[in-house]
Ligand binder design. Structure first.
Ligand code: HEC
Ligand code: HEC
Ligand code: HEC
Ligand code: HEC
Length: 355
């Protein structure tokens, strides 16, 4: 890159063995001509710092599930650690200027300044509140003056806050994070590769978890029977449900080659990892695919065996919905509005065609 050889390595597990392997890999890369090492780490901040130290990387990019938000660069020894966010929610772009291994790299990121500014603004607001309270109480004296002086200093620091000047010599870098929302432009090449990766993960998990069965149903408790069994008596409700997104939720994943992805399947099937419920591979031969009847009305074997003696609950609290309709996966969720959409012909309304 720009005439400089970059060595890139990745670490996905913690522990001494992984660090030793990372150290060896960094040495191998340097031996092969890499002038700068960039390390990718799936794990927590501690691991990111350990890897940086073990490899003497200039830049460590941390990801993984431990933290949702991307974080601007923080200095660590002779390098920097950046957090890239998780689950493909964004792209971290790092521009390296004069990327030599000599000298300390200067962080030119506006992002770092923004985050520092937010922290300072919070502190300033807190101090302003404290001083206003003291003045309202009529307090004065050296303690008040000291805090007032601290506030002035902080305001001056805030006013002066901006990225450092581009250095006359030596390395510098800028990091920024770009959200990949629905409006983000698509790249065909990246899309193809991600799709191929998704297929590989699907094929791998289907084999690796082939024997994954759910916890057993405790003696006497109701077991899951699957929506088709419910449909044998509640035909109109079943037909309506099939026409709704809940009744197609598994196909949504199949269309994306993600029905065996551990990050996805849990909310697109029925009774995931519950006693007798679906697992990543096991779903009563398809009967527990989709967000089925028993998601909301509970496992139904006892009701099926004695329909009038064991009547399942009808009302579904918001707390159930938000186990799946959370902020990450259902941004538009409002209980009353979504709950109203669960009423359809044969399901809370007279079946189609009835007077
Ligand atoms: C063998 C036929 C049969 C099957 C199979 C069946 N049900 Fe029922 N279901 C009934 C009957 C009959 C009632 C009415 C019971 C009553 O009110 O006394 C009922 C009532 C209900 C009610 C309560 C309705 C209300 O107004 O209180 C719900 C909810 C329900 N069933 C859901 C299910 C679900 C979910 C399944 C699948 C697990 C299922 N049913 C399978 C026959 C069946
Ligand atoms: C097991 C997870 C799960 C639970 C629990 C759940 N849902 Fe859903 N819901 C989904 C999924 C997944 C989809 C999208 C399916 C698809 O399109 O593939 C969805 C879609 C919907 C939709 C369609 C939204 C649209 O824009 O058309 C409504 C309405 C809805 N859910 C309401 C509810 C309500 C109300 C509750 C609670 C009573 C609830 N859901 C409980 C997983 C769940
Ligand atoms: C925490 C539960 C949860 C997980 C995990 C989850 N989903 Fe969903 N998914 C939902 C819910 C809820 C909806 C419905 C959102 C709405 O309409 O408000 C949904 C909707 C969708 C839709 C939109 C359907 C449409 O066409 O509008 C797609 C596509 C989807 N999910 C795919 C995935 C994929 C791929 C994964 C794994 C990366 C995944 N989901 C993981 C709960 C989840
Ligand atoms: C996402 C949650 C959810 C799913 C999935 C769901 N239901 Fe319901 N069900 C409800 C709610 C909420 C009501 C109350 C509707 C109303 O009257 O406003 C209800 C009402 C009912 C009733 C009583 C009202 C009536 O019209 O008889 C029956 C029976 C029933 N559901 C059966 C089923 C069956 C069978 C399925 C699957 C084919 C199913 N439900 C899927 C939430 C759900």
């Amino acid at each position: 890159m720009g005439g400089v050889s970059l060595g890139i390595l990745g670490v996905t597990t913690a522990g001494g063995e992984a660090l030793a392997a990372a150290r060896r890999e960094a040495e191998r890369l340097r031996g092969a001509g890499a002038e700068l090492i960039v390390a990718l780490v799936s794990g927590d901040r501690r691991l990111a710092r350990d890897v940086r130290e073990a490899t003497n990387a200039r830049l460590v990019v941390q990801g993984g599930l431990g933290r949702a938000d991307a974080l601007p660069p923080t200095r660590d020894g002779s390098g920097w650690v950046v957090h890239g966010g998780r689950q493909g929610q964004g792209v971290l772009v790092v521009d390296l200027h004069r990327p030599t291994s000599e000298g300390e790299a200067v962080d030119l990121s506006a992002w770092s300044v923004e985050v520092s500014a937010e922290a300072l603004d919070d502190e300033i607001a807190g101090l302003e509140r404290q001083l206003a309270g003291w003045r309202a109480e009529g307090r004065s004296g050296p303690a008040v003056e000291r805090q007032a002086a601290r506030l002035d200093a902080m305001r001056a620091e805030r006013a002066a806050l901006r990225p450092p000047r581009f250095p006359d010599a030596g390395p510098a870098f800028e990091a920024r994070w770009i959200a990949l929302d629905a409006q983000a432009p698509k790249d065909e090449g990246v899309g193809r590769r991600l799709r191929a990766l998704d297929r590989r993960i699907n094929a791998h998990n289907e084999r690796a978890f082939a024997d994954r069965s759910p916890p057993p149903v405790p003696e006497g408790d109701a077991a899951y029977v699957g929506s088709t069994t419910c449909g044998s008596c509640h035909a109109a409700a079943y037909e309506w449900w099939r026409s709704t997104p809940h009744g197609r939720a598994y196909a949504t994943l199949e269309d994306l080659d993600k029905e065996f992805h551990l990050d996805c399947v849990g909310c697109h099937v029925t009774g995931y990892e519950q006693p007798g419920g679906a697992t990543v591979t096991w779903n009563l031969e398809g009967a527990l695919e989709d967000v089925g009847c028993e998601t909301c009305h509970g496992p139904g074997s006892r009701h099926v065996a004695a329909p009038t003696a064991e009547v399942p609950p009808v009302e579904t609290p918001e707390s159930l919905c938000v186990t799946c309709h959370n902020e990450e996966h259902s941004t538009a969720f409002v209980y009353a509005g979504y709950r109203a959409m669960l009423r359809g012909p044969g399901h809370g309304l007279p079946p189609a065609g009835s007077p």
